[in-house]
Ligand binder design. Structure first.
Ligand code: EPZ
Length: 430
């Protein structure tokens, strides 16, 4: 699918079920390499990043058995290689978890630098700091990162920046190290807790995941032979909540952990949108005038940077001026120019976007520069008058399972088509 067509405006109505969390699954699958036996992982999202990760892990010797569309039995017993240097590694950020997993399994790893969304510099110095503290030698040669250690020994590691990736990678390398590792100023995102829960279910001894101090007591072996179900995707859930609000619709978002959505729910309520929480679902509906709000992205439990772009689309039609400040990445405003082509009034000043509400957006031909920018443009297309054409859809497929089909299920008029195909024949997606 190269392009998406969305006809708007259209009120979204009905129920949508959220898939498993991309950023949890991207850590849990490599963590299975640390096991001495098979395991079963449920609720894995069917997205491009996971398909690519699976391909890389198969090249290392991992065997996957498809139990159903979202459940895999993972067999690491024949994994014999610690070299992951294929082009695939550049296609997504999550490939960085193979560093910690292979170092933990083999005391060695040779990998290429991770890829992922282009938000400016995305260093891995904190990952390397952690590996070196555990006793690994880290060399960077010819675009490869070489990690080696005669043994890994527990250490106290203070992260200079709150990093999701570094927190998880150090956890992966430390679970079978000798002694106790303490990670201070650790990231607290829900997917970190989910990856720690997976490892603990397989025999690890990790305490404090979800707080800023994580303690890992190294164990000799992770037996495996257990089942783990990936948590719901917080960011996917947020995307549908915002889409419901943006179209003045009424949507029940199912398979959600409401606690994970608190920072977003609070902002939507501040905007005069109705949000009702149930045990594992959230209803969002709104017909009235939207209030402007200010947003500042922060590590969890603050407002997630991955929700910044989708929420910016919603703020384009709020009454008054909103300020969105991005504190995690230096360049995460590529969606702004695209939204301005649709009639939004947004000025970028340093790390902030100043959004002055307009009455409505109009359809245009726009391009997604990255995953969440893609989500922002889909939401804008659902709000806009006319037929919006969105290119760069490969970015969206990296992290949203069947987004077009799920939106169609909520009443959206959305179609997919290949480059060069007559848009009049845009077919139903999925
Ligand atoms: C993870 O990226 C997510 N990706 C990102 O989601 C998310 O935006 C980010 O965490 C923040 O929540 C995955 O989980 C695969 P970080 P990651 O390390 O691990 C700096 C999405 O849309 N930093 O927490 O790369 C870094 O530059 C994606 O699903 C260092 O300086 O993020 C950034 O400014 C996009 N040195 C900040 O820390 C390091 O060694 C936070 O980055 C590591 C990070």
């Amino acid at each position: 699918m190269d392009k998406l067509l969305i006809r708007g405006p259209k009120r979204l109505k009905g129920e949508v079920t959220v898939s498993g969390a991309k950023n949890a699954a991207l850590g849990v699958l490599p963590a299975a390499l640390l096991l001495s036996d098979v395991c079963t992982i449920e609720n894995i999202p069917n997205i491009l990043d996971i398909a690519i990760l699976r391909r890389i892990m198969e090249s290392l010797g991992t065997r996957f058995i498809d139990i159903d569309a979202n459940t895999l039995r993972v067999d690491p017993t024949n994994v014999s290689s610690y070299v992951a240097t294929s082009e695939d590694m550049h296609l997504f950020r999550g490939s960085y978890y193979l560093m910690g997993a292979l170092l933990g399994r083999f005391r060695k790893a040779v990998v290429t630098f991770p890829g992922g969304c282009n938000f400016g510099v995305r260093p891995i110095d904190q990952h390397i700091k952690g590996f070196e503290a555990l006793g690994a030698k880290v060399e960077i040669e010819h675009g490869h990162i070489k990690l080696s250690a005669s043994k890994l020994t527990g250490a106290n590691i203070y992260l200079d920046v709150v990093s999701v990736g570094a927190t998880v990678n150090i956890m992966l390398a430390a679970v079978k190290a000798e002694g106790v590792t303490t990670i201070e100023n650790a990231a607290k995102e829900p997917h970190i807790v989910d990856i720690a829960n997976f490892l603990n279910a397989m025999g690890a001894d990790i305490k404090g995941a979800g707080t800023d101090i994580i303690r890992i007591r190294g164990v000799k072996e992770l037996k495996g032979n257990a089942v783990h179900s990936i948590i719901p995707d917080q960011i996917e859930a947020g995307t549908y909540m915002i889409a419901a609000a943006a179209t003045k619709g009424d949507v029940l978002v199912k398979n959600v952990i409401p606690k994970h959505m608190e920072s977003l729910s609070a902002k939507l309520i501040e905007m005069n949108i109705k949000v009702e929480e149930y045990d594992d679902s959230i209803r969002v509906w709104g017909k009235d005038r939207l209030n402007r709000v200010n947003i500042k992205t922060l590590p969890y439990p603050g407002f997630p940077t991955d929700m910044q772009q989708p929420l910016t689309s919603l703020l384009t039609i709020a009454s008054g001026t909103s300020v969105v400040t991005e504190t995690i990445y230096e360049r995460r405003f590529k969606h702004v120019d695209e939204l301005c082509q649709m009639g939004a009034d947004i000025k970028q000043e340093g790390q902030s976007a100043i959004i002055t509400g307009v009455d409505r957006l109009t359809a245009a031909r726009v391009t997604a520069s990255d995953l969440r920018a893609g989500a922002a443009l889909i939401i804008a297309g659902l709000m806009a008058r006319g037929t919006t054409e969105i290119g760069g859809v490969e970015h969206i497929e990296r992290g949203y399972e069947n987004i077009a089909a799920k939106l169609s299920g909520l009443g959206a008029t959305i179609g997919c088509f290949e480059e060069g195909e007559d848009t009049a024949y845009a077919r139903a997606c999925g």
